[in-house]
Write a protein of this length. Structure first.
Length: 331
């Protein structure tokens, strides 16, 4: 069933903001995201490293936290003001959603909660401001990532996830549905005016499938692939380069030293005008995932990062996606 967006949400979300990952070797992960991906290191502490994209003025969009095992700690969204954090607290209290106000370095008022399908979410209204690097062309390296754009979460119940966030004001820009029905298999939800801030796809969940940074152009994707190859990480390219049907993005997916997945992408489009309907894709249409080229590998479809202490549930819908391994066995 297609969701109805709440045009008067209880608080104002503005964009995908930041992600925190537990990593087992902090220095190795730092080197990967700085030297292979091209992010800027804002600050290093004993047990955490803060990074950002070249055009970002916020203190961080990626936080790496030293830990015994790799996990996705939470995904972060911005709200407009401190008052929106207070409004979120009131809303969650009334709705029976467990939540916690926390102190986080370099962030203003911050609230943590689990959404309707168990995704670990962090809201904040502000961050320390740092220098943008978007015209420091002499400091560009690897993919030259500009800014964090979105997250994709694997969930056992796409409908419940979509309804939860539509109730908080997110609009659906594109979706995948069972042929001839509105049974939702994947939804691309946004608040900032492009195709997605938060994506939910069918599978064992909740798990973080990937987080994504925009890059300047297609050549940046190819250069990132070349850098991966040059440093012996060519086989950590998880998918691509290619072009999605959904969102129209040119993409490259890479796995970090703990197998967290990052997407580098470019060329998605605006989704601002309220009268614009979402784009529908049949689940049987392979072009929704990739307009050209061979399908993704089995690990791209079935591997993702778990949230700490969160049970992973089997999907309500049974999927059997065509994998690269199956494609090659038949051709």
């Amino acid at each position: 069933m297609l969701p109805t967006t709440n045009d008067t949400p209880p608080f104002v979300l503005t964009r995908a903001s930041h992600v925190s990952l537990a990593v087992t070797d902090l220095e190795v992960s730092r080197d990967f995201y700085r030297d292979v991906i091209g992010l800027v290191v804002t600050e290093e502490a004993d047990d955490a490293i803060y990074l950002r994209g070249l055009e970002e003025a916020a203190h961080h969009s990626l936080v790496l936290v030293r830990a015994e095992q790799p996990e996705a700690l939470h995904v972060g969204l911005r709200v407009r003001t401190d008052d929106d954090i207070a409004a979120a607290e009131r809303h969650f209290a009334a709705a029976g959603v467990e939540h916690e106000r926390v102190e986080v370095p370099h962030q203003g008022p911050t609230l943590r909660f689990r959404d309707g399908v168990g995704t670990h979410i962090e809201l904040t209204s502000s961050m320390d401001v740092v220098e943008r690097k978007m015209q420091k062309f002499d400091e560009f390296r690897a993919a030259s990532p500009q800014r964090l754009d979105h997250f994709q979460v694997v969930t056992h119940d796409v409908q419940a996830a979509t309804d939860f966030w539509a109730g908080l004001g997110m609009r659906m820009a594109e979706y995948t549905a069972a042929d001839g029905t509105d049974e939702l298999w994947g939804t691309w939800l946004e608040v900032k005016g492009n195709t997605h801030d938060l994506v939910f796809t069918n599978g064992r969940g909740p798990r973080l499938h990937h987080f994504a940074y925009t890059v300047p152009d297609a050549s940046a994707l190819l250069h990132a692939a070349d850098v991966c190859g040059a440093v012996g990480l060519g086989r950590e390219i998880d998918r691509g380069p290619g072009r999605h049907g959904l969102s129209n993005a040119l993409f490259l997916y890479v796995r970090d030293p703990d197998q967290h997945r990052i997407e580098l992408f470019t060329t998605h489009y605006q989704f601002i005008d309220l009268e614009t309907p979402p784009i529908r894709w049949d689940v049987s249409n392979p072009q929704r995932a990739q307009l050209w080229g061979m399908p993704a590998s089995r690990r791209w479809f079935f591997e993702a990062s778990e949230f700490p202490g969160e049970a992973v549930h089997p999907p309500l819908l049974t999927a059997n996606p065509e994998t690269l391994e199956e494609y090659l066995s038949l051709h």
